[in-house]
Unconditional design. Structure first.
Length: 235
């Protein structure tokens, strides 16, 4: 009976993780370049007899979001599985949130001021006239006929190689090393929308909430039976 109770409790923990993933997805449905978090669902365990159980393993859904044209020169979207590289004091981060700007030092940075990596180091756009910049599909940046540098765009072998790092960025997991992008192109003047489907997430939220309530009821019933047995045993 104790094992059964533990199975119900384990199922509740897994359902809580899925609930948190869904609420985070909904909160970022309008975030440029956001990739939804998904939780694997599988039957099994004692809890499944009454309400099903959900595995607690989370992963990223790297499905391409649709591209929205903005016309802004430093709005850069990626078409394909690649990521922009951000250089930070704690190491490289990876993002598809290509809403960039030029800082006071003339460097290309993201909306949080982190340096956008070029293939030969930081990208210097010293004149600050971003409207005159042209970015090619392979990531080269031109001011007129002058090439200022090339964006570093990388690809990971598979989604499990990455994990969320906050502010629509991701970090490599377990020392995974990305490779130079070969399947990705850059599109200037576009933003990639989040790949969250709000309707699907709301349906998932309702389902998880019902499973949680049903499992909690079963857990309470199991606990009551356990207490009754203890009372009988103790006379």
């Amino acid at each position: 009976m104790i094992d059964s109770t533990q199975s119900y409790a384990s199922a509740q923990d897994a359902l809580t993780k899925q609930y948190q993933a869904i609420t985070q997805n909904l909160a970022n449905a309008g975030t440029v370049g956001y990739k939804r978090i998904q939780c694997e669902v599988q039957a099994g365990g004692a809890g499944a007899k009454s309400s099903g159980s959900v595995a607690g393993k989370l992963s990223l859904d790297l499905t391409q979001g649709h591209l929205v044209q903005t016309g802004r020169a430093l709005d850069l979207a990626l078409n394909g599985p690649g990521f922009f590289v951000l250089e930070t004091p704690k190491g490289n981060l990876y993002t598809r949130h290509g809403v960039f700007q030029v800082n006071a030092q003339g460097q290309l940075v993201d909306s949080s001021g982190r340096t956008v990596a070029g293939e030969s180091g930081p990208l210097i756009l010293s004149n600050g006239a971003s409207e005159s910049l042209n970015v090619t599909a392979d990531g080269r940046i031109f001011a007129g006929k002058q090439e200022l540098g090339k964006l570093r765009v990388v690809e990971f072998e598979k989604a499990p190689d990455m994990e969320p790092a906050g502010q629509c960025t991701y970090q490599a997991r377990d020392k995974a090393t990305p490779a130079a992008a070969v399947k990705t192109t850059v599109q200037q003047g576009f933003q990639e929308a989040s790949n969250v489907n709000v309707v699907d997430e709301l349906v998932g939220l309702i389902t998880v909430s019902r499973l949680y309530e049903a499992n909690a009821k079963s857990l309470r019933s199991q606990d009551d039976r356990y207490k009754n047995l203890l009372q009988v045993a103790m006379g």
